[in-house]
Structure formats: C-alpha cells, structure tokens
Design a protein around this ligand. Structure first.
Ligand code: ZN
Length: 188
C-alpha cells in the first residue's frame, strides 16, 4: 500500500506511510467505501470528446452549457487548471485541455497532447480568440509559443498575464491573482 500511495503526486515516503497507517486504523466499511470510490471514479470519468476536460458524460458540462460562448477558447494543460479558472467566475467561454505540456525530456511531443484536435476546433469553428493559460515553466513557455505559432493564422491568440512567480503553479494561485491574470492577458 505504501508503495502504491507513493506513486501519487505530492506524496513522499513519509506521507505514504502516514496515510497507510491511517487507512489500517479505519473500519472495514470506511476502507471499502474509499476503494469503491476510486474504482467507480476511474470507470465513470473519461475525457470530454470536445474539450478533453474530465467528464462522467461523453460531453462535459461546460461544452453542453448553451450559456457559455463558443467564440472564445481557453487552453489549459490539465483539468485541474480549468477548475482553478472556473473558481474565479471571470471566464464565460469554453476550454481546451491539452493533457500536459510539450516536454522533450519526458518524451512528450505535440502528438502526445490534444494539439491536433485544438487546431481542428479553431479552424472549423468561428473562434475569435484563444486564450492560452499555461503555467509559466520552461516547458509551459515552449508550449505557449508553439501554440501561438500554430493558431495565429486562424484567430487572435492571447496569453494570460501572470501575477505569479516564474515556476509557480496555476492550480495553487488564489482566485484574485488568477482573475487579474485573466484580465491582464496580452497579445502573443
Ligand atoms: Zn468539454
């Protein structure tokens, strides 16, 4: 169990041990409920066929919502960043989730991400602006610039401004910082 837990993001050997000991002390029912929740979530949740956000339905809630405008797309690397932006309540457009960032060191090139599908969406729909909202790491910058080059022939491309330190993670930003970053987006 400790070995398995240690594979989770943000869980080191000490935390894994602490969680394992905690689980051992829980009742059988509680542990079964936890195990079942993991299995159920894994079975039911997949990628939205349009934006690749996590969704229990073939098309996610945001893509199905007629109140959200189709003309603006916000590109994020993972669903957790989408959740962070949703919390600001500042954004009324739709999303595209890349599934990561370009990272040659980890063997992740454009083909491993949903970039092809993004270009298809932007070229086939009336998209007037693509806002790129990717954490400003080295890989994030590479991905942002790469997407800018690909998308500019089709539409206006902007990126969010960062009131965040370089290397900071989008998902850990507070709502106000993220809302300001969206407001202060710049032409790429
Ligand atoms: Zn969707």
């Amino acid at each position: 169990m400790i070995e398995q837990l240690q594979r989770l993001p943000g869980i080191g050997p000490k935390s894994a041990q602490r969680i394992a000991l905690h689980i051992i002390k829980r009742s059988d029912e509680e542990v079964e409920a936890l195990a079942q929740a993991l299995v159920d979530a894994k079975k039911q949740v997949g990628a939205c066929r349009i934006c690749f956000n996590l969704s229990a339905e073939p098309t996610c809630e945001i893509c199905r919502n007629p109140q959200r405008e189709d003309k603006t797309l916000c590109v994020v690397s993972e669903s957790r960043d989408l959740i962070a932006i949703e919390k600001t309540r500042e954004y009324r457009g739709k999303y595209h989730v890349l599934g990561g960032v370009i990272s040659p060191m980890d063997g992740i090139g454009p083909e491993q991400l949903t970039i092809h599908q993004l270009i298809q969406r932007v070229s086939q729909q009336d998209v007037q602006e693509v806002i790129i909202a990717i954490s400003p790491s080295v890989e994030g910058e590479t991905t942002t610039l790469y997407l800018g080059q690909l998308l500019k022939p089709f539409t206006r491309v902007t990126r969010i401004a960062f009131g965040l330190p370089m290397g900071g993670d989008l998902e850990y930003a507070d709502e106000v910082t993220l809302a300001r970053a969206l407001e202060g987006r710049q032409e790429l």
